[in-house]
Design a protein around this ligand. Structure first.
Ligand code: NAD
Length: 542
């Protein structure tokens, strides 16, 4: 703190724009999309503010139009990772000692840049790189990212305000130091907001960062880099590297100054990283903070009292928005026999009305899945379901990768509640439904809890308060984000702190003060005004 107890602007959730026909935001984002589509870009590494072109490049293409080249990015070699670490450690000397309000100003400015001048660019980049329709891009790349930045500043001040008791002769203080070393951020393809937030949240708390975005998100990550630069993030505070994830990670984890990892991605990758950190533990100067938000096998369970239309809408939106590529996407549902007919009818009608294609055509609700690897993986499960006798595909099941990686929204109904697609995270537009006997409500709750290794999100639909209460109790450990009469996706920063337990992550709740606490190492300072000058306590007297 410099010379005042400053108050930051109260954080508010960024309003979601409609992009309805005729709106200026729609015209602007479409024009930006067209101009980005029709030009190419060459993306360097960013280390200490320097743009580094290694010459070893890979191309970037939109998932819905994979023969169209958007540009190239440069891949790092080991020496670049070592340079990024060195740079982060050097930059830490100034950044960690800067007054908090200066750091707050940088990230508040970044939020305003996204809300205004960069909004159409970050949305168009997300439509192109990750094939999000405009609504999915807006709620992610614009609104959620802005919310992370604004709310984290407010949470930071709340953390700093939290101070221990003192007495008249002793003043106790807590100083929320950044971690000693540097933080490594590894980000997934599916949310531009997460990509920006993982390095930014650690940097906000005074840390310096080596950031490795997903290969499939580098195009929109580049817009984040530009925003951070314009907002005033100093050189060396966030260093950006791309390339072989194994080489990059192994190099980072070999550093004695590695102080923490901020990861979002799949469970097996995170577990491997954790094991490597464990194996290297004697190397480190400090115990690294390990924060990882990982996979999910998110459920919807309906009680016989549920409103079928609400359940169906929960499935249609919860399973298929952004092609089911949300960690929170509903991918298994348990529906009682008595309402299944009505739910099924509505879901089939919804799916029939979905249009699929490029996000540039705003009437498309469904766009492409992220890459060929994901496409092929999803196809293998769909083909298996077509053959298996205990599974029936009642909607979708077709796919085509000739132009883009398009997979029809697919509904599998199974007689086996432990069927492979009830347990495994597929990460695509596929939901599996198990229809249970109404009388088996209680055992079905147990089934929901026991079926998957994950515990990220889940939803109960019911109009019966006792049933809601029963499900809330029975599923206490089955989801870190639990929804009553709503789809299990769409957590809002500042409203529903997000994260799951079990194989879904360390549950450090992105979008809350709990996450920021992981990026500080508090120092307690006790100051005694009248120091004792005689060791003898009264009890020693005669
Ligand atoms: P991914 O695990 O394939 O990749 C995530 C990041 O890890 C990328 O940057 C990737 O390059 C890197 N990576 C891949 N292999 C690596 C390795 N061996 N060592 C080090 N780094 C490696 O995940 P993805 O496909 O980008 O994202 C989808 C996954 O992320 C899903 O499992 C989804 O559930 C999860 N996710 C979870 C949350 C959450 O909050 N729980 C949010 C978003 C995504």
């Amino acid at each position: 703190m410099g010379k005042g107890f400053f108050q930051v602007p109260a954080a508010i959730n960024e309003p979601v724009k409609s992009y309805a026909p005729g709106t200026s935001e729609r015209e602007e984002v479409l024009a930006t999309y067209a101009s980005m589509y029709n030009s190419t870009i060459d993306i360097p590494l960013y280390i200490n503010g320097e743009e580094i072109k290694t010459g070893d490049t890979a191309v970037m293409t939109p998932p819905h139009d994979h023969q169209h080249v958007l540009g190239t990015y440069h891949k790092a070699e080991k020496q670049h990772i070592e340079k990024a670490i060195e740079t982060a450690l050097e930059a830490r000397k100034k950044w960690a000692n800067l007054n908090w309000e200066e750091r707050a100003a940088v990230f508040l400015k970044a939020a305003e840049l996204i809300a205004g001048p960069y909004r159409s660019k970050i949305n168009a980049a997300t439509m192109l790189a990750q094939s999000k329709n405009i609504f999915q891009a807006e709620i992610d790349a614009a609104c959620e990212f802005i919310d992370f930045l604004r709310f984290n500043v407010e949470f930071m001040t709340k953390i700093y305000e939290d101070q221990p008791d003192s007495t008249s002769d002793i003043w106790n203080r807590l100083e929320y130091r950044p971690l000693e070393g540097f933080v490594y951020a590894i980000t997934p393809f599916n949310f531009t907001a997460i990509s920006g937030n993982l390095p930014a949240s650690a940097a906000l708390m005074g840390n310096t960062v080596v950031w490795k975005p997903s290969d499939s998100q580098i195009y929109s990550a580049k817009v984040i880099v530009d925003i951070f630069k314009e907002a005033g993030v100093p050189d060396g505070v966030i260093n950006v590297v791309y390339g072989d994830p194994l080489m990059i990670t192994d190099t980072v984890l070999a550093s004695p100054d590695f102080a923490g990892i901020h990861f979002t991605g799949s469970t097996h990758v995170f577990k491997d990283i954790w094991a490597k950190i464990g194996a290297n533990i004697h190397t480190y100067k400090t115990y690294p903070r390990i924060v990882g938000e990982t996979g999910g096998k998110d459920f919807i369970i309906a009680h016989p009292s549920a409103n079928p239309k609400q359940v169906a809408t929960g499935i249609s939106r919860g399973a298929f928005e952004f092609q089911g590529q949300k960690c929170s996407a509903a991918s298994r549902a348990y529906i009682p026999k008595s309402i299944w007919g009505a739910v099924e009818k509505q879901v089939l009608e919804d799916i029939k009305s979905f249009k699929m294609g490029s996000p540039e055509d705003m009437s498309n609700f469904i766009t492409a899945v992220i890459h060929e690897r994901s496409f092929d993986n999803l196809v293998s499960y769909i083909e298996k379901a077509k053959k298996d006798t205990d599974a029936t595909i009642i909607a979708g099941g077709n796919y085509d990768k000739s132009k883009g990686y398009f997979i029809e929204p697919t509904v599998i109904v199974t007689k086996d509640p432990k069927y492979t697609t009830m347990c495994t995270e597929l990460f695509g537009p596929v939901i599996t439904i198990y229809v249970y006997d109404d009388k088996d409500w209680k055992t079905t709750l147990q089934l929901v809890d026991e079926t998957s290794d994950y515990a990220l999100t889940g939803a109960i639909f019911s109009t019966d308060r006792y049933a809601i209460n029963e499900a809330t109790e029975a599923l206490q450990n089955s989801a870190g984000n639990f929804y009553i009469n709503d789809k299990p996706t769409g957590a809002v920063v500042g409203q529903q702190p997000f994260g799951g337990a079990r194989a879904s992550g360390t549950n450090d709740k992105a979008g809350s003060y709990l996450n920021l606490l992981r990026w500080v190492s508090p120092r307690t300072i006790k100051e005694t005004f009248l120091s004792p000058s005689n060791y003898r306590y009264p009890f020693l007297g005669k």
